[in-house]
Design a protein around this ligand. Structure first.
Ligand SMILES: [Ca+2]
Length: 267
Protein backbone atom coordinates (compact mmCIF):
# COMPACT_ATOMS: atom_id res chain seq x y z
CA UNK A 1 0.00 0.00 0.00
CA UNK A 2 1.33 3.39 -0.89
CA UNK A 3 0.46 6.86 0.23
CA UNK A 4 -1.28 8.72 -2.54
CA UNK A 5 -1.23 12.28 -1.33
CA UNK A 6 1.50 14.25 0.29
CA UNK A 7 1.17 17.77 1.51
CA UNK A 8 4.13 19.89 2.40
CA UNK A 9 6.53 17.10 1.83
CA UNK A 10 10.09 17.81 2.85
CA UNK A 11 11.96 14.56 3.02
CA UNK A 12 10.35 11.18 3.06
CA UNK A 13 12.25 8.04 2.34
CA UNK A 14 10.59 4.99 0.89
CA UNK A 15 11.41 3.01 4.00
CA UNK A 16 9.95 5.61 6.30
CA UNK A 17 6.87 5.77 4.14
CA UNK A 18 6.51 2.02 4.32
CA UNK A 19 6.72 2.02 8.09
CA UNK A 20 4.12 4.70 8.36
CA UNK A 21 1.69 3.21 5.92
CA UNK A 22 1.89 -0.35 7.12
CA UNK A 23 1.41 0.71 10.72
CA UNK A 24 -1.96 2.18 9.91
CA UNK A 25 -5.24 0.48 10.66
CA UNK A 26 -7.59 -0.09 7.76
CA UNK A 27 -10.20 2.61 7.66
CA UNK A 28 -12.74 3.31 5.03
CA UNK A 29 -13.31 5.64 2.16
CA UNK A 30 -15.13 7.99 1.77
CA UNK A 31 -14.22 9.99 4.83
CA UNK A 32 -15.03 13.39 6.27
CA UNK A 33 -14.12 14.98 9.58
CA UNK A 34 -13.81 18.32 11.36
CA UNK A 35 -11.71 16.83 14.19
CA UNK A 36 -14.41 17.60 16.74
CA UNK A 37 -15.59 15.71 19.83
CA UNK A 38 -16.81 13.08 20.41
CA UNK A 39 -14.76 11.47 17.64
CA UNK A 40 -11.65 13.40 18.58
CA UNK A 41 -10.32 14.35 22.00
CA UNK A 42 -7.78 17.02 22.85
CA UNK A 43 -4.30 15.52 22.91
CA UNK A 44 -2.16 13.25 20.78
CA UNK A 45 -3.57 12.36 17.37
CA UNK A 46 -1.95 8.94 17.33
CA UNK A 47 -4.69 6.34 17.15
CA UNK A 48 -7.62 8.72 16.97
CA UNK A 49 -10.09 7.70 14.27
CA UNK A 50 -7.39 6.00 12.24
CA UNK A 51 -4.88 8.85 12.22
CA UNK A 52 -1.28 8.27 13.14
CA UNK A 53 1.86 10.34 13.54
CA UNK A 54 3.18 13.19 15.64
CA UNK A 55 0.61 15.85 16.34
CA UNK A 56 -2.38 16.65 18.45
CA UNK A 57 -5.97 17.78 18.47
CA UNK A 58 -5.84 21.39 19.56
CA UNK A 59 -8.25 24.14 20.56
CA UNK A 60 -5.71 26.70 21.76
CA UNK A 61 -5.51 28.52 18.44
CA UNK A 62 -9.07 29.40 17.39
CA UNK A 63 -7.79 31.25 14.32
CA UNK A 64 -6.48 27.93 13.01
CA UNK A 65 -9.86 26.24 13.23
CA UNK A 66 -12.18 26.36 10.25
CA UNK A 67 -15.29 24.99 11.92
CA UNK A 68 -16.12 23.99 15.48
CA UNK A 69 -13.52 24.46 18.18
CA UNK A 70 -10.84 21.90 17.30
CA UNK A 71 -8.37 21.20 14.51
CA UNK A 72 -5.44 18.90 13.88
CA UNK A 73 -2.01 20.30 14.71
CA UNK A 74 0.96 18.55 13.08
CA UNK A 75 4.11 19.02 15.13
CA UNK A 76 7.19 20.69 13.69
CA UNK A 77 9.36 18.39 11.51
CA UNK A 78 6.78 15.63 11.76
CA UNK A 79 4.40 13.57 9.69
CA UNK A 80 0.75 12.76 10.24
CA UNK A 81 -0.89 10.15 8.06
CA UNK A 82 -4.10 8.33 7.44
CA UNK A 83 -4.72 5.40 5.18
CA UNK A 84 -7.94 4.39 3.49
CA UNK A 85 -9.34 1.20 2.17
CA UNK A 86 -11.88 0.90 -0.61
CA UNK A 87 -10.50 3.96 -2.37
CA UNK A 88 -11.50 3.99 -6.02
CA UNK A 89 -9.13 2.79 -8.72
CA UNK A 90 -10.89 4.69 -11.49
CA UNK A 91 -12.72 7.96 -11.73
CA UNK A 92 -12.28 10.94 -9.51
CA UNK A 93 -11.41 11.48 -5.85
CA UNK A 94 -11.72 14.87 -4.19
CA UNK A 95 -9.40 15.51 -1.25
CA UNK A 96 -10.40 18.70 0.46
CA UNK A 97 -9.22 20.45 3.59
CA UNK A 98 -8.35 23.73 5.25
CA UNK A 99 -4.64 23.88 5.93
CA UNK A 100 -1.85 26.13 7.03
CA UNK A 101 1.68 24.98 7.46
CA UNK A 102 5.32 25.98 7.62
CA UNK A 103 7.27 26.59 4.45
CA UNK A 104 10.40 25.17 2.93
CA UNK A 105 13.08 27.19 1.15
CA UNK A 106 14.41 24.56 -1.26
CA UNK A 107 12.32 22.43 -3.60
CA UNK A 108 13.30 18.79 -3.19
CA UNK A 109 14.21 16.61 -6.12
CA UNK A 110 11.08 14.69 -7.04
CA UNK A 111 13.05 11.51 -7.53
CA UNK A 112 14.29 11.76 -3.94
CA UNK A 113 10.76 11.50 -2.58
CA UNK A 114 8.87 8.37 -1.70
CA UNK A 115 6.13 7.04 -3.94
CA UNK A 116 3.11 9.27 -4.28
CA UNK A 117 0.51 10.47 -6.71
CA UNK A 118 -0.30 14.11 -5.94
CA UNK A 119 2.41 16.06 -4.16
CA UNK A 120 2.46 19.72 -3.25
CA UNK A 121 4.77 21.79 -1.13
CA UNK A 122 4.61 25.15 0.58
CA UNK A 123 7.55 27.29 -0.43
CA UNK A 124 8.58 30.53 1.25
CA UNK A 125 9.03 32.51 -1.98
CA UNK A 126 7.33 30.43 -4.69
CA UNK A 127 4.11 29.89 -2.76
CA UNK A 128 2.09 26.72 -3.10
CA UNK A 129 3.82 24.49 -5.62
CA UNK A 130 2.47 21.34 -7.28
CA UNK A 131 4.47 18.46 -8.67
CA UNK A 132 3.66 17.69 -12.28
CA UNK A 133 4.72 14.09 -12.08
CA UNK A 134 6.03 12.03 -14.96
CA UNK A 135 4.45 8.83 -13.72
CA UNK A 136 7.75 7.08 -13.18
CA UNK A 137 8.95 8.71 -10.01
CA UNK A 138 10.03 12.13 -11.25
CA UNK A 139 8.45 15.35 -12.35
CA UNK A 140 8.73 19.11 -12.35
CA UNK A 141 7.50 21.66 -9.84
CA UNK A 142 4.83 24.12 -10.99
CA UNK A 143 4.14 27.17 -8.86
CA UNK A 144 0.51 28.15 -8.43
CA UNK A 145 1.59 31.76 -7.98
CA UNK A 146 -0.44 31.82 -4.78
CA UNK A 147 1.52 32.69 -1.64
CA UNK A 148 1.37 30.55 1.46
CA UNK A 149 -0.90 32.15 4.05
CA UNK A 150 0.84 33.52 7.08
CA UNK A 151 -2.35 33.94 9.07
CA UNK A 152 -5.48 31.90 8.44
CA UNK A 153 -6.15 28.57 6.78
CA UNK A 154 -6.25 28.09 3.02
CA UNK A 155 -8.66 25.69 1.41
CA UNK A 156 -6.69 23.09 -0.49
CA UNK A 157 -8.65 20.89 -2.87
CA UNK A 158 -7.02 18.12 -4.84
CA UNK A 159 -9.05 16.50 -7.59
CA UNK A 160 -7.49 13.22 -8.62
CA UNK A 161 -8.48 11.18 -11.64
CA UNK A 162 -7.44 7.57 -11.26
CA UNK A 163 -8.51 6.80 -14.80
CA UNK A 164 -6.15 9.25 -16.44
CA UNK A 165 -3.61 9.33 -13.56
CA UNK A 166 -3.83 13.11 -13.42
CA UNK A 167 -4.83 15.63 -10.79
CA UNK A 168 -5.76 19.27 -10.41
CA UNK A 169 -5.25 21.67 -7.54
CA UNK A 170 -7.67 24.29 -6.26
CA UNK A 171 -6.58 26.86 -3.70
CA UNK A 172 -9.38 28.72 -1.98
CA UNK A 173 -11.72 27.42 -4.68
CA UNK A 174 -9.64 28.74 -7.58
CA UNK A 175 -8.03 26.36 -10.04
CA UNK A 176 -4.24 26.56 -10.00
CA UNK A 177 -2.68 27.09 -13.43
CA UNK A 178 -0.58 24.58 -15.28
CA UNK A 179 -2.70 21.48 -14.71
CA UNK A 180 -3.82 18.87 -14.99
CA UNK A 181 -0.68 17.48 -13.45
CA UNK A 182 0.60 13.97 -13.77
CA UNK A 183 0.89 11.51 -10.93
CA UNK A 184 4.39 11.17 -9.60
CA UNK A 185 4.06 7.39 -9.69
CA UNK A 186 1.53 5.72 -11.95
CA UNK A 187 2.15 2.54 -9.98
CA UNK A 188 -0.34 3.96 -7.50
CA UNK A 189 -3.56 2.54 -8.81
CA UNK A 190 -6.04 3.66 -6.19
CA UNK A 191 -6.45 6.30 -3.54
CA UNK A 192 -5.20 4.82 -0.31
CA UNK A 193 -3.82 7.48 1.96
CA UNK A 194 -2.55 10.91 2.83
CA UNK A 195 0.69 12.09 4.40
CA UNK A 196 1.10 15.59 5.79
CA UNK A 197 4.68 16.46 6.60
CA UNK A 198 5.91 19.65 8.19
CA UNK A 199 9.29 21.30 7.91
CA UNK A 200 11.53 22.54 10.69
CA UNK A 201 10.07 26.04 10.43
CA UNK A 202 6.85 25.45 12.32
CA UNK A 203 3.66 23.48 12.90
CA UNK A 204 0.90 22.63 10.47
CA UNK A 205 -2.86 22.86 11.01
CA UNK A 206 -5.66 20.98 9.24
CA UNK A 207 -9.42 21.20 9.63
CA UNK A 208 -12.53 20.04 7.78
CA UNK A 209 -10.77 17.32 5.88
CA UNK A 210 -12.56 15.06 3.45
CA UNK A 211 -11.68 12.42 0.89
CA UNK A 212 -14.73 11.55 -1.16
CA UNK A 213 -16.12 11.13 -4.63
CA UNK A 214 -18.56 13.97 -3.96
CA UNK A 215 -17.88 17.18 -5.80
CA UNK A 216 -17.14 19.99 -3.27
CA UNK A 217 -19.96 22.47 -3.15
CA UNK A 218 -17.95 25.27 -4.63
CA UNK A 219 -17.66 23.31 -7.86
CA UNK A 220 -21.41 23.66 -8.33
CA UNK A 221 -21.11 26.90 -10.25
CA UNK A 222 -18.67 25.33 -12.64
CA UNK A 223 -20.19 21.96 -13.32
CA UNK A 224 -22.89 22.68 -15.85
CA UNK A 225 -22.60 22.11 -19.56
CA UNK A 226 -21.66 25.33 -21.28
CA UNK A 227 -20.88 23.99 -24.71
CA UNK A 228 -23.86 25.38 -26.62
CA UNK A 229 -23.41 28.88 -25.29
CA UNK A 230 -19.68 28.68 -25.91
CA UNK A 231 -20.13 27.53 -29.49
CA UNK A 232 -22.75 30.18 -30.11
CA UNK A 233 -20.57 32.99 -28.87
CA UNK A 234 -17.43 31.95 -30.65
CA UNK A 235 -19.33 31.00 -33.79
CA UNK A 236 -20.54 34.54 -34.27
CA UNK A 237 -17.02 35.89 -34.46
CA UNK A 238 -17.68 38.16 -31.55
CA UNK A 239 -15.07 39.28 -29.13
CA UNK A 240 -14.10 36.20 -27.12
CA UNK A 241 -15.29 36.10 -23.57
CA UNK A 242 -12.79 37.23 -21.00
CA UNK A 243 -12.65 33.94 -19.17
CA UNK A 244 -11.79 34.09 -15.51
CA UNK A 245 -11.03 30.42 -15.74
CA UNK A 246 -10.24 28.67 -18.98
CA UNK A 247 -13.11 26.38 -19.97
CA UNK A 248 -12.34 22.78 -19.23
CA UNK A 249 -14.56 20.11 -20.73
CA UNK A 250 -17.10 22.82 -21.46
CA UNK A 251 -17.39 23.69 -17.78
CA UNK A 252 -16.81 27.23 -16.63
CA UNK A 253 -16.61 29.35 -13.56
CA UNK A 254 -19.77 31.09 -12.42
CA UNK A 255 -18.15 34.46 -13.01
CA UNK A 256 -17.95 33.61 -16.69
CA UNK A 257 -21.63 32.78 -16.78
CA UNK A 258 -22.34 36.23 -15.39
CA UNK A 259 -20.20 37.76 -18.10
CA UNK A 260 -22.07 35.83 -20.78
CA UNK A 261 -25.43 36.81 -19.34
CA UNK A 262 -24.37 40.43 -19.36
CA UNK A 263 -23.26 40.02 -22.96
CA UNK A 264 -26.60 38.54 -23.96
CA UNK A 265 -28.45 41.31 -22.14
CA UNK A 266 -26.33 43.91 -23.88
CA UNK A 267 -24.80 45.28 -20.74
CA1 LIG B 1 -12.95 21.56 13.44
Amino acid sequence: MRAAIKLHLVHLTASLLGVLVFSLPAVGYPYRTSFEAPGFNLGAIEGQDGWTGIGQIQDASPSLVNRGTQSLEISQTSTVSRSFVNGPSSGKVYIDGFYRGPTISTLPSASSLGEGSSILVFHDTQGIVALNGDGVGGGTWVSSGIPVSTSGLQRITICQDYSSKTWELYIDQVLAPGGPFGFKDNSITQFNGIDIETSDSGKGYLDDFSATNAVPEFFDNALFDFSLEWDHETGMNETPLDWDLAPVDDQVDGRDLLELLNRVLGQ
